[in-house]
Design a protein around this ligand. Sequence first.
Ligand code: AMP
Ligand code: FE
Ligand code: FE
Ligand code: ZN
Length: 276
Amino acid sequence: MFADLHLHTYFSDGTYSPEELAGHARHQGLSAVALTDHDTVEGCERMGVACQQNGLEFIPGCEFTAELLGQEVHILGYWLDTQSVLLQSRLSGFQAVRTNRIRDMVHRLNQRGIPITADSVLELANCHSPGRPHIARALVQGGYCKDFDEAFEKYLKKGRPAWVPKTKMEAAVAIQLIHGVGGVAVLAHPGLYHADKLIPDAVAAGLDGIECWHSRHNAETSAHYQRMTAGFGLVATGGSDCHGMNKGEPLIGRVKLPYAQVELLRQRRPKAATVS
Ligand code: AMP
Ligand code: FE
Ligand code: FE
Ligand code: ZN
């Protein structure tokens, strides 16, 4: 039995609906999946129903944008109480930050002679957690870039002309929030940060696991993080980080996490949620 603990839908920057995603998960022979859209849990209700219909175990999750000593990191939360008022209010704050950032980034594009509008990007995003991939889509659709890669390379990635930083919560705060609403906290794709020396800080803040297997980790990177995870006494997890067609091809099925890891992670769930 296998799981994929890192998946996106069109409730953030993926292209699949929850129903499509659950269908693909079954097709890939998975037994359990987690939905981890960026800074939102809005897709979880539909994904739960769709997973039930496809005979899959569903773990409600979220990929929180956070920072560790100034460096952006993503923290995955699993088994979250998605009805929690505290969780929803914290997430809506970060969604507002995302929407304002789209406006700032589009303004920068306008200053460089690209006449797209923020409203058209937000309309195309059609979700509460818009991000740079939606701007990339508008740039490609408008004929200003040939593909996503060009949009990120020319304009959107850190340090490029349209890039704007976003306000994030401290990783320790995200971990505390996740635990407070009944969840467990996992550091997403550490191989993409080059910030290994910061990881002990997240461990000290209560991190439960590290995403060792990821579509953009090679075998050596996975092995490195498995050793690190074992050294800290944490749970090694994994997921494809499938965004539907947004990464050129659907990545679901690229990472098949042995189900035993899901059981180990489940054992780290707090006994009771401390906030509502
Ligand atoms: P944001 O959340 O607005 O900062 O956008 C980050 C998201 O953009 C990531 O979660 C990825 O899905 C996507 N992304 C980052 N770099 C690239 C790239 N070079 N090509 C395509 N998508 C990317
Ligand atoms: Fe994304
Ligand atoms: Fe991420
Ligand atoms: Zn992701």
